[in-house]
Write a protein that binds this ligand. Sequence first.
Ligand code: DHE
Length: 517
Amino acid sequence: MGAFGLTLAAFVALLPALARGAPPAAAPLYLQHCAPCHGPTRLGGTGPALLPENLQRLRPAAAIEVITKGRIATQMQGFAGKLSPEEIRALAAYVYAAPAEPPRWTMAEISRSRVVHPAARPDAERPLYKADPMNLFVVVETGDHHATILDGDRFEPLTRFKTRYALHGGPKFSPDGRFVYFGSRDGWVSKYDLYNLRMVSEVRAGINLRNIAVSSDGRFVMAANYLPHTLVALDAATLEPLKVIEVRDQQGRSSRVSAVYDAAPRGSFVAALKDVKEIWEIPYSANAEPVYKGLVHDYRTKEGIAETGPFPVRAIAVDDYLDDFFFDPTYANLIGAARSARRGQVVNLDVKRAIETVDLPGLPHLGSGITWQWQGRRVLATPNLKEPVVSVIDTTNWKVVKQIETPGPGFFLRSHENTPYAWTDSFNSPRRDTLTVIDKRSLEVVAELRPAPGKTVAHIEFTADGRYALASIWEMDGAVVVYDAASLKEVKRLPMIKPSGKYNVHNKITRSEGTSH
Ligand code: DHE
């Protein structure tokens, strides 16, 4: 061990940061007090990564508070007794500053990070338990970074386990529903066996990750990263990395990836890009005929040369940045929210251009959109992050049918084939304790529910048969509240620690029209 209890290699890795950019006192303080848990180059270790991208959701004042007092229910201790207020402020400034050398996370680092947990009953054909494996819920508890597997018939937990720090985005399932894959904001992808109730393997696919998608044939996981600017294809069986795709447009400008989704009928992944006006489609299946047609012109390497091999990229130029979107039921079109204009764009993936615009003034949260049949046509409904309305759009002509008023701007919207109601929240408003129930036939609000007055309530998911709706009380002393979806009466309340999303195996693998995909 070298200086400050670090290995020589770790200390040498830090020298550039010491030499440039950092306030003089902060780098050695970081080495001494923070590096053992957060890593010498701030990439994370037992504690989370401390890089500007990973800290975007934490205000600097809150960071100073955490360094001073520690964080409850974690190993993060307070440093008030050891460091002066000036030293704490210097440390906070240090972790919000970009490192002198941009961190690397290449194929080699990804491969090295892979963790394979000891296998038990890997070939099991049945689950360990009696509950119906198709009606399980995976409940993500972000309060203490755990997940609960809930029996969706009895509403009883089967197990609860530690996850990676700060999961984000919906966990994704293998097509048979046996495995669930999680993505964490710090870049970890974890594969969990729902038959054996154990973690199978994990790999760090990026340093700051947005979300993951699993191919509909169950063979691949694609990870979307903000840092570095990459998409990473993994073997879904082993989580071994197969390809790191650098994300840049034809002019060589590189981009963060906002999200990646599986477009099952097309046999492709589709990625939304944050910093360039392109959408990327990446076929994974040889049957993806419409995607492969004419593809020879779309294969791209960073030199712009046609490339063959797995995961070719088909870039589609769009008029504006589309950093989130929703597929129509055919998956030929996607509707994305344009960032600069108060409208949406409908992009046809086959003709490779925008074909319509939609008047959407409230920053729609399209990733949470759902569809249903209404008066003989399919409508898409989406909450809006900035306006207290649910927008209902006719997918045959892309006209807004109705803006349904809610108590406040919402985040999530959910329904099920077997219920006439759609449920939404008012997450981004003072009325965040209220759920709004909308009748899908009349497009009218039929009820408002306040399961815990004064506390945030959000994110609904239905049981496989659509009879019950589960809502999250999104607080440290939170709960999952089970409602009878017809009478709207509460039937059970399970204490949970800040449960964010919950995901029903059957609804996900059958791509229920009422849930996210
Ligand atoms: Fe999310 C899904 C983007 C902040 C909780 N969020 C998604 C998806 C995207 C997205 C693109 C769909 C990916 C998927 O499911 O595979 N989220 C963003 C943002 O851009 C935003 C606004 C800012 C950010 O910093 O990332 C953002 N998201 C949040 C939160 O603050 C939430 C409420 C708390 C948290 O844990 O981070 C949050 N996002 C969620 C959840 C889902 C999600 C629970 C999955 C929804 C689902 O049911 O499928």
